[in-house]
Design a protein around this ligand. Structure first.
Ligand code: TMP
Length: 210
């Protein structure tokens, strides 16, 4: 058993809900599963997350963003992901390198090849066995986040402030990446019911558990 699974999705796609459901099911079994997230997952990574998501940092350049997310990822791979994979654990991460390509590449327009090179550098080539993408039109994602925000739930961060056109480009980026590697990606309609999405995720994760 073992492998790396990344959960990706635009803001408001229900990613956290699916992670909770998955965790409930997998924690009931005697399995070595590591739950982690980006940016973060390590002490240094969480410090970098604070800088990245600070609403006061609106002067941050896209390249600075890309390098900070990547720096956090380097720590994450070295401290958490690689050791866990080496002992045969299943690692489930809330976001991974596809987020940098989608947000800083497709969203902000940084050169995708350059970002891919940085990604290889910081991950040492560790790529997910499976990337699950919860797909939702950008408008719907932001709508959902605004509802959470007015109910005092969820985090509202600097990325959420970006214009709709940015979030549309991010979505197009995810779909392009998924299409280029269909065997490693699972694209799910985030507007489907919570349970239906959960079942499709389980069906793809199950083979990694044996
Ligand atoms: P989340 O923890 O609510 O998913 O929010 C993380 C935010 O960080 C989300 O808006 C996407 C953004 N992000 C990037 O822009 N690039 C990255 O490489 C990562 C990991 C996240």
């Amino acid at each position: 058993m073992g492998g790396l699974v990344a959960l990706e999705g635009p803001d408001g796609s229900g990613k956290s809900t699916q992670l909770c459901l998955l965790r409930e099911v997998l924690e009931g079994r005697q399995l070595d599963v590591v739950w982690t997230r980006e940016p973060g997952g390590t002490v240094i990574g969480e410090q970098i997350r604070t800088v990245l998501h600070d609403l006061a940092n609106d002067a941050m350049l896209p390249i600075t963003e890309a390098l900070l997310y990547s720096a956090a990822r380097a720590q994450h791979v070295a401290e958490v992901i690689r050791p866990a994979l080496a002992r045969g654990a299943l690692v489930i991460t809330d976001r991974y390198a596809a987020s940098t390509l989608a947000y800083q590449g497709y969203g902000h327009g940084l050169d995708i090849d350059m970002l891919r090179q940085i990604t290889v550098l910081v991950t040492g080539g560790v790529i997910p066995d499976l990337t699950i993408y919860l797909d939702l039109p950008a408008e719907r994602g932001l709508e959902r986040k605004l509802v959470d925000r007015s109910a005092g739930q969820g985090e509202w961060n600097r990325m959420d402030q970006q214009a709709l056109v940015f979030h549309r480009a991010v979505r197009a980026g995810y779909l392009e990446m998924a299409q280029a590697e269909t065997e490693r990606w699972l694209v799910l309609d985030a507007d489907d019911t919570m349970q239906a999405i959960h079942q499709q995720i389980m069906a793809r994760i199950e083979p990694l558990l044996t």
